[in-house]
Design a protein around this ligand. Structure first.
Ligand SMILES: [Zn+2]
Length: 431
């Protein structure tokens, strides 16, 4: 495998076609068309040049997903499309790093510093121009997207103890003691506090490629200093550890019995959660060089400063939403008195949720076999199929599982029947 090299791109955006600045301001991430199928890779940096009348580089972004098909697009950025000249079958996802507002990055200055022509479409940024941009991008910046902290491999027993302690006291502060003799410079510099926490992503020692836990870092201390300057605090911490994190035994200075491996960082955390949907470590992009973290890892230890992600923590299933609606319909019928009033007070827009779908990979042989068995006749009502399928000139029938797959039904010929669409609806909704 070749080492991924980062490409810096300059992409022009026409403000009469797409309101890129507001889109990034509101959404943070935007899917960008790639009509000419340029090779855009995760981790590439994309500077967005806003054409007339602005004529400046205004947005710095990083590619966090590439080769996105139409079916995976973020729907919400459509709102910022001002003319519908956007068509492509290949897109990439850009995440905001920062806005840039510096006249030194306008077209005149860019042309004087290595740019060949006013940007149109996409081009890679040559080294002379890149140096000029890097020198000037930070003079006036708006806040970056939040950064977060990833730790590679914590014993799951440590995390389980913390979650158990939180069940009794949700606001409890807990402690993580990474086996490392090097200071976590990022945490030292950021000085996280309960009012200013840092998002914490954690993989476990038994599954290093996956982020399985998330929490908030609310403090960092250097244990070497702590033992010298505040022995009372060490005592208090040890009492806490004994009670709530007994597996940790104590605040330890060394991670081995022979006292040769120093263990210097004490990380205070709260609100640790196990993710219902763990995600690959490679979804995290390092702040230092914009490259994704490697998902294939063989050793625990180490950490990285990464860009924060929107993580789906509690999946909502379509089945659950439908079940809730059914329940509410029953209730609405029972409470017909207040319905008019409720309608008046209700929001006119449906609230949006992110849905995790649960699907079954069905056996194609079962479908074909059952359709052949039915031979164009509905196996429930005995009528002929209502029409011929355009795709292959076969009679249109639907294959229905008598015991639903979701209820543990088998995906086999005996549990399936070929039915006409009417009967299929009836099987699902009839008495
Ligand atoms: Zn039928």
């Amino acid at each position: 495998m070749s080492k991924a090299e980062i490409t810096n791109w300059l992409i022009s955006s026409n403000p009469s076609q797409f309101n890129a600045i507001d889109a990034f301001k509101e959404l943070g991430e935007v899917d960008w068309t790639n009509p000419s199928n340029n090779r855009i890779n995760i981790g590439d940096i994309v500077y967005i040049y806003i054409s007339k009348p602005i004529q400046k580089i205004a947005i710095k972004t990083i590619v966090i997903k590439s080769d996105i098909g139409e079916d995976e697009l973020l729907a919400n950025d459509e709102e910022y499309i001002l003319s519908d000249s956007f068509t492509a079958d290949n897109y990439f996802r850009l995440k905001l790093i920062q806005f840039i507002d510096n006249d030194l990055l306008d077209s005149t200055h860019l042309l004087q510093n290595g740019l060949n022509a006013i940007p149109l479409g996409k081009q890679t940024i040559k080294s002379e121009l890149l140096k000029y941009i890097l020198d000037n991008e930070n003079s006036t910046i708006e806040p970056l997207s939040n950064n977060a902290f990833f730790e590679n491999g914590v014993y799951e027993t440590v995390l389980t103890e913390i979650i158990t302690a939180q069940e009794i006291n949700p606001n409890i502060t807990s402690y993580i003691q990474p086996y490392s003799s090097g200071t976590t410079v990022y945490l030292k510099e950021q000085e996280p506090t309960p009012d200013n926490p840092i998002t914490f992503y954690i993989s476990t020692t038994t599954n290093l490629g996956t982020v399985q836990y998330i929490g908030e870092i609310i403090g960092w201390e250097d244990k070497r200093e702590l033992f010298v300057s505040d022995p009372n605090r060490v005592q208090v911490l040890n009492k806490h550890i004994l009670e709530f994190q007994p597996g940790e035994k104590e605040i330890y200075k060394y991670s081995d019995d022979t006292k040769t491996k120093e263990c210097v960082n004490l990380i205070s955390i709260r609100n640790l959660r196990k993710l219902a949907l763990p995600f690959s470590v490679s979804m995290l992009v390092k702040v230092s060089d914009g490259t994704p973290l490697k998902a294939t890892r063989s050793q625990a230890g180490g950490w990285s400063e990464v860009y924060e992600l929107d993580v789906i923590e509690s999946p909502v299933f379509l089945d659950d939403i439908n079940a809730e609606l059914e329940k509410n319909i029953v209730e609405s019928k029972l409470m017909s008195q207040g319905r008019r009033k409720r309608l008046e007070q209700a929001s006119e827009y449906a609230s949006e949720v992110q849905i995790v779908s649960r699907g079954f990979k069905r056996n194609a042989d079962v479908i074909v076999e059952v359709l052949e068995r039915a031979n164009g006749v509905c196996e429930k009502c005995g009528c002929d199929a209502p029409f011929i399928r355009a795709k292959d000139n076969t009679p249109y029938l639907e294959v229905h599982h008598q015991i639903r797959l979701a209820d543990g039904g088998k995906d086999n010929v005996d549990n399936a029947i070929a039915v006409c669409p009417n009967c299929h609806r009836e099987l699902h909704f009839g008495v």
